[in-house]
Design a binder for this molecule. Structure first.
Ligand code: UGA
Length: 436
């Protein structure tokens, strides 16, 4: 099939590369010329495991190209995906649809023949109606069907998630779209991935409901972790004990410093706004947002307590800055609030992240010194705080770390170490929701 993708950001790039890998003919459109040139040379602007390899093989096979020429790309396509950003609108938290609307206007003037226009961007309920309206107004001749096909991939596992999805949700209002979308996803469909057709509004809402539910699940276990600390219970065992119940499920029950990233914070906020707009308050989600915000700051107080109640003049080493491993994404990362909390109380912070330091420098530069490895972070540190569970932090040489530090305080905000092994090396060890 001939597919155009408008927006070569995270979702657009992964979607384009994967569809090309399915054998479709894919053109990705972006208005940023240097980005397009770089992508055509297979230089990828984000860190995502496996993406460079996938781009290289599909660019090489001629199934994938990047261009700034939206008109040409759309004119030749049977299906046009909109994969532009929908950031939080400054001031009110609604999803900002400027780019989606702009894409719809441009697509309207370029389509030829019956074309599906599919929103992959996360958009509020009713956006499909707006896109259809914009296209109809801009070009009354256009023969299109607007479809909602939200994306559920995770950063850091994007390709795996795209190629092995739990489900594919496709919201349609025009029956002609059913066969085309089935063809687009044929390789996955043949692999038994449930392809679920719904109404367009249902598909749009499903995306927000999924992210909000996951954010709530993480926040729930984080609160249980606090209660475990207060009562001497162990959150990892509680998580296992409840997760083995199939109705609950074991995933997304890892207690930590609070969720971050480009999706949960933005989408939970947008869902609350949608609820307010429709006089149908999302109270659980509102509370989830508030708890998560407080938690990120509470983590710096936890570190301060582990340091004996005072960090003034002390050096705190931070391991991991990105909001989760296998990404270079720093958006809404808990590390930002934790570091700010420590700096506000007079600490000197030294940090290291395997992929996030370029982005981190833009966010926390001036308040933080950067090191080149976990071992360099440890040099003369009064405490070490593990914020992001990168694999390379899972098997640190603890004896070497301890020897380099000024005092042996280790705060593990992801519970990736066993207390006995850390204590055996002479550390004072603090983790999340596990007995002291
Ligand atoms: C999330 C969803 O998982 C995807 O399904 C969705 O497609 C995506 O948002 C999106 O809307 O684009 P992502 O933000 O990449 O994906 O990352 P997650 O793996 O979901 O992690 C989100 C946050 O929750 C991270 O800060 C992570 O550390 C935290 N988390 C996750 C926990 O603290 N504990 C857990 O058990 C799981």
């Amino acid at each position: 099939m001939k597919i155009a993708i408008v927006g070569a950001g995270y979702v657009g790039l992964v979607t384009g590369a994967c569809f090309a890998d399915f054998g479709h003919d894919v053109v990705c459109v972006d208005k940023d010329q240097p980005r397009v040139d770089a992508l055509n040379r297979c230089e990828v602007p984000i860190y995502e495991p496996g993406l460079v390899e996938l781009l290289r093989s599909n660019l090489g096979a001629g199934r994938l190209t990047f261009t700034t020429d939206l008109k040409l790309a759309v004119a030749g396509a049977e299906v046009v995906f909109i994969a532009v950003g929908t950031p939080s609108r400054r001031g009110d938290g609604h999803a900002d649809l400027t780019y989606v609307h702009e894409a719809a206007r441009q697509i309207a003037t370029a389509v030829s023949g019956f074309t599906l226009v599919v929103t992959k961007s996360t958009v509020p309920v009713g956006t499909g109606d707006e896109v259809a309206q914009i296209i109809a107004t801009t070009n009354p001749e256009a023969d299109i069907a607007v479809v909602s096909n939200p994306e559920f991939l995770r950063e850091g596992a994007a390709i795996e998630d795209f190629k092995r999805p739990d489900r594919i949700v496709v919201g349609i209002e025009d029956e002609r779209a059913r066969a085309v979308m089935t063809e687009v996803y044929r390789p996955l469909y043949l692999n038994q991935a449930p392809l679920m057709f719904t109404g367009r509004r249902t598909a749009e809402l499903t995306k927000y409901a999924a992210n909000a539910f996951l954010a709530m699940k993480v926040t729930f276990i984080n609160e249980i972790a606090d209660l475990c600390e207060a009562t001497g219970a162990d959150v990892q065992q509680v998580a296992r004990g409840i997760g083995l119940d199939n109705r609950i499920g074991a995933k997304f029950l890892h207690a930590g410093p609070g969720y971050g990233g480009s999706c949960f914070p933005k989408d939970t906020l947008a869902l609350v706004k949608i609820g307010q707009d429709h006089d149908s308050p999302m109270r659980l989600v509102e509370t989830t947002i508030a708890i998560n915000e407080q938690r990120k700051r509470a983590m710096s107080r936890k570190v301060i307590a582990a340091c004996g109640g005072d960090v003034r003049g002390k050096t705190i080493g931070v391991l991991g800055l990105t909001f989760k491993p296998n990404t270079d994404d720093m958006r809404e990362a808990p590390s930002i609030d934790i570091i700010q909390g420590l700096v506000d109380r007079g600490a000197h912070v030294v940090a290291y992240d395997p992929q996030g330091m370029v982005a981190a420098r833009m966010l926390v530069d001036g308040t933080v010194d950067f090191a080149d490895s976990a071992y360099e972070v440890a040099v003369d540190a009064d405490a070490l705080v593990l914020v992001t569970e990168w694999n390379e932090f899972r098997s640190l040489d603890l004896a070497r770390i301890k020897a380099a530090m000024k005092s042996a305080v280790f705060v593990d905000l992801r519970n990736i170490y066993r207390r006995d092994e850390v204590v055996r090396h002479g550390f004072d060890y603090t983790s999340i929701g596990r007995p002291a």
